[in-house]
Design a binder for this molecule. Structure first.
Ligand code: MLC
Ligand code: AMP
Length: 497
């Protein structure tokens, strides 16, 4: 029994028990999960989706999208969710690279997606509500397809420090092993009600939150997005919540977010970006709860976590999770660093992905002795707690979304007004950090930031677009001609605060 769905459904409770409480008051039961996921699996079959085919989805968060995810698992297809912020140019690449058998989108995007799909050779396009309606006309039973541990369950695209996005291939056991390990590590039970306000096109909202709840037969309060006022209204019904640091920063801005409101909550989890020790402390003082910070990646799911029972130390991500092997290595040689010294986090275990889709060389380059090289820099203290101190990779994390400066710089450098550019992450109270572009214009008198911003609108997803644009005569460079980003970051660190 290695199809992830079969493993999860073996833990489902009585069919009448709730799985999801929706925003409009609807309750989706475990019986509904079984029936709707079967109906979606049958719908995929009827559209000709074969075992191993990719099912790409770019759609607003909905319970139907979750049921399509489960239906895709059951049908043996490979689920490929895409950030709703991606532009046509970005989607064109994903379609050509992943060659999905089906692309599912929102109704408002249908015409544009159909045009792109035609060009890219994708034969089937459907809207999420259209597919849901088809599912309603299909049988509500389906014999889940048997899959092996290493067969693919999902592909999630992640950008890189060079060039194009890479599709991280995640197997049924990558996801299954992590979900079943997390339910123990974080003490989830069928009595849990998880407040779910994360997007479901990334690891955090789709796998960490959803799979863990399914693995205990618990329930979720399923919200469309982060709306702090709505969170305050729903918290009394919840037992636990997961979020990126911006979630907790925004909750602290709410005067109604009080100790009384959350005294019954058993666990707040933060991840996907660094949670500052100050916010951790402020949260503790306000609520009496120590947020449990954990560390993960698209390629590896969850790796390191503060303990459920024991000290949750602000500014650390805790210790390796059960079954996950972590080494802090010398970035050059791979040798283990002595305790207390900074090295790169390398990860091995059943959670580590199967490689990048159709990119064997890139995959090979990111492994050493069977360990995946994360690109995150960290040290381990005497108690075995790990603190992340920086990144060897040139990456900005804005509100939990990754922005690769190389991609933004390429888009900017293509503009006729620009000679060259450097994109840096600048501290931002709400988003953690946000991209800022430092541009050397071709004409030294050119300083039209708005024109540059306007030119990027169709090229880059909104969260990748620079929050500020600065014009300079020259970029600081070292003897090798490489831009000194650390100097730029230091110079502009107060720009967005
Ligand atoms: C939205 N915008 C952002 C943004 N999110 N800009 C920068 N960074 C972000 N993260 C833009 C919108 O395009 C919009 O632009 C404006 O900001 C406000 O939009 P919004 O829809 O009102 O934003 P909001 O709902 O407030 O979203 C912010 C957020 C959201 C932080 C709540 O981004 C979010 O839910 N992030 C979670 C990301 C996540 O799940 N990451 C997990 C990755 S998995 P304009 O121009 O229209 O004003 C992973 C592995 C692991 O990392 O370890 O978990
Ligand atoms: P993604 O590629 O979207 O999965 O993002 C993974 C990256 O998020 C990691 O490589 C880290 O840089 C970062 N990350 C995730 N969790 C944490 C955390 N708790 N603290 C610091 N960085 C984190």
């Amino acid at each position: 029994m290695t199809n992830l769905y079969s493993r999860l459904s073996a833990c489902f409770p009585d069919p009448a028990r709730p799985f999801a409480h929706l925003h409009d008051g609807t309750v989706v039961s475990y019986g509904d999960v079984e029936a709707r996921s079967a109906a979606f699996a049958n719908t995929l079959r009827s559209l000709g989706v074969q075992v191993g085919d990719r099912v790409a989805v770019q759609a607003e968060k909905s319970i139907d999208m979750l049921m399509l995810y489960l239906g895709s698992l059951r049908a043996g297809a490979v689920f490929l969710p895409l950030n709703t912020a991606y532009t046509a140019g970005e989607l064109d690449y994903f379609m050509r690279d992943a060659e999905p058998a089906l692309f599912v989108c929102d109704p408002g995007a249908l015409a544009a997606i159909e045009a792109l799909a035609k060009e890219a050779g994708v034969s089937h396009v459907a809207t999420m509500p259209g597919l849901a309606e088809q599912a309603s006309n299909n049988p509500a039973t389906f014999a889940t397809i048997e899959r092996d541990d290493d067969d693919l369950a999902a592909i999630l695209y992640t950008s890189g420090t060079t060039g194009r996005s890479k599709g991280a291939m995640l197997s049924h056991d990558n996801l299954g092993s992590n979900a079943f390990m997390l339910r123990e590590a974080w003490a989830f039970t069928g009595g849990d009600a998880l407040l779910h306000a994360l997007p479901i096109f990334h690891t955090h909202g789709l796998f960490v939150a959803t799979n863990t709840i399914l693995a205990v037969g618990g329930s979720m309060i399923f919200l469309p997005k982060l709306d702090p006022k709505e969170i305050l209204r729903q918290l009394p019904r919840a037992t636990t919540m997961m979020g990126v640091p911006t979630f907790y920063i925004r909750l602290l801005d709410e005067p109604g977010f009080t100790r009384e409101l959350v005294q019954h909550i058993r666990l707040f989890v933060s991840g996907s970006a660094p949670l500052s020790a100050d916010i951790h402390r402020e949260f503790s003082e306000r609520t009496g709860h120590a947020i449990l910070e954990r560390y993960g990646m698209t390629e590896t799911n969850m790796n390191i976590s503060n303990p459920y029972v024991g000290d949750r130390i602000a500014g650390t991500v805790g210790k390796p999770l059960p079954g996950v092997s972590i080494r802090i290595a010398d970035p050059e040689t791979g040798a283990a660093m002595p305790q207390g010294e900074v090295g790169v986090i390398e990860i091995a275990g059943p959670n580590v992905f199967k490689g990048y889709w159709r990119m064997p060389e890139k995959t090979e380059a990111e492994f050493r002795d069977g360990y995946f090289i994360s690109g995150d820099l960290a040290f381990e203290d005497a108690r075995g707690y790990i603190s992340i101190v920086g990144r060897a990779k040139d990456l900005i994390i804005s509100g939990g979304y990754n922005v690769y400066p190389a991609e933004v710089e390429t888009a900017i450098d293509e503009l006729p007004e620009v000679h060259e550019s450097a994109v840096i992450g600048v501290p931002h109270r709400d988003l953690g950090e946000a991209p800022v572009a430092v541009i050397v214009p071709r004409d030294k008198d050119f300083a039209d930031a708005e024109a540059i911003k306007a030119s990027l609108v169709d090229k880059l997803a909104r969260f990748k677009q620079p929050r500020a644009i600065l014009f300079v005569d020259a970029l600081p460079k070292n003897a090798m001609g490489k831009v000194q980003k650390a100097a730029l970051r230091e110079e502009h660190k107060g720009l967005l605060s």
